[in-house]
Design a protein around this ligand. Sequence first.
Ligand code: CP
Length: 311
Amino acid sequence: MQLSTKHLLGIRDLQPQDIQIILDTAIQFKEVLQRPVKKVPSLRDITIVNLFYENSTRTRISFELAEKRLSADTINFAASASSVSKGETLLDTVNNILSMKVDLVVMRHSASGAPHFLAKHIPAAIINAGDGINEHPTQALLDAFSIRENLGGLEGKRIAIIGDIMHSRVALSNIYLLKKMGAEVMVSGPPTLIPKYMEEAFGVKVEYNLKKALQWCDVANVLRIQLERQNQVLFSSLREYNLAYGVKRELLDSIGKEIILMHPGPINRGVEIDSDVADSKQSIILQQVENGVAVRMAVLYLLGGGKVQQN
Ligand code: CP
């Protein structure tokens, strides 16, 4: 099995067949992760640099663990502790790292398009670990894997993405992926946090009433308010946001069915989701994190395993 691309820059660039291959390969790696010895030699001769220009907990640990489980050599780079603070450019930094014979670059950056820029200038394969408000492809893949695991598939399933759609790379990658795989998608949140023309541009439903969105869906993927990406006031207060769009037990009990709850993390308890709901049996938040390792192993294996069709 081989992917149609050398890089993973975004879900937008993938074919449905690529997504299928990644998700199916991740099933095999999830099985590896259940074994007493959770390590395989698949990437033994591969060197990977994790290039993080923006903070991360889950994605960074998950990639590093996935690389170690595949026996790759890994280097971790945090921009805050590097010569970036002395004025070195992104391209100079990466070219210096590549001269040390690196095969794969995993990159997170606050600027949308940073990994795409890099992919045009360096020979290594690039995996986007989140770029600005653009895409977070491995998050969408692990979300899809988790939905498949719980509902048996994606086709025809109803997924509501709730909250700050405007500033969310998770939302955009999820929309691309779910639509490519035949799911129905709705976005829900305050009008100020949902871009105009979502229906026309992406073929998703828009619902400003949270209760109606929860009644419609099989799965609600709840997003954090991305305050760090907002340069103007888009809602009155976090308390009022919680009252109107926070996912609460009382609200869930009122919709007359049991839906699955997801969240990419980090969670702001008491803002977009109440604490008891985040920790309830309806929530698969930690299952998403667990699946992230297997999904990232699959992506790394497919891009670094020498079976990739070169662009
Ligand atoms: N979901 C996610 O990207 O979390 P981190 O920012 O902690 O990596």
